[in-house]
Design a binder for this molecule. Structure first.
Ligand code: 5GP
Length: 189
């Protein structure tokens, strides 16, 4: 029987560098992962691309997707909705392709409940100061939203214990390599 694709979840506090690690992981030669692009109601940031970083939708469109049960999981994060479209994830896994989700901690809990075999990886910063400077450095948002993201990050760090693997982001490429080793080790097991 054909092997079903793994479901790999990258999570961790906001600003820890999940997106950068995900891109580094997918750029490693020979890596064949399908990245599931999420729906979000937040505004597009400079440099982001519709359909590549997110599908940017209205609250009405998002709520319709919830009502029609089109989302594998979703969560509200500092005032906006974020969710994973279900169809593509299932189709790719059925084709034997490994699927990567990059989502926050509450959404991960929902996926773990539905797919206990998911490979869950929690990314931690080398220190909270490093996380704060990342959140401030990249932010195009106002101080109030930054504060909310910082407070949220402290709470999010508590979730590390629920994950199968914890990877420290002190070097993006090293962290990406560690995640690749984790994924490969699952296929041997
Ligand atoms: P950001 O606004 O910084 O792009 O994302 C905020 C948080 O939402 C990040 O932790 C990001 O990983 C998470 N996120 C992105 N897409 C999804 C999703 O589909 N579901 C959930 N639960 N979280 C998501």
């Amino acid at each position: 029987m054909k092997r079903r694709g793994n479901l790999i979840i990258l999570s961790g506090p906001s600003g820890v560098g999940k997106g950068t690690i995900r891109k580094a992981l997918m750029a490693i030669p020979g890596v064949n992962l399908y990245y599931s692009v999420s729906l979000t109601t937040r505004s597009i940031r400079p440099g982001e691309v519709e359909g590549k970083d997110y599908y940017y939708v209205t609250r009405e469109e998002f709520e319709k997707a919830i009502a029609e049960d089109n989302l594998l999981e979703y969560a509200e994060f500092v005032g906006n909705y974020y969710g994973t479209p279900r169809d593509k994830v299932e189709a790719k896994r059925d084709q034997g392709i490994d699927v990567l989700l990059e989502i926050e901690v509450n959404g991960t809990q929902k996926v773990i409940a539905k797919c206990p075999d998911a490979i869950t990886v929690f990314i931690v910063p080398p220190s909270f100061e490093a996380l704060e400077s990342r959140i401030r450095g990249r932010s195009t948002e106002c101080e109030e939203v930054i504060q909310r993201r910082l407070n949220k990050a402290k709470v999010e760090m508590e979730y590390a214990k629920d994950y199968k693997y914890v990877v420290v982001n002190d070097d993006v490429n090293e962290a990406a390599k560690k995640i690749l080793e984790i994924i490969k080790s699952q296929d041997i097991a």
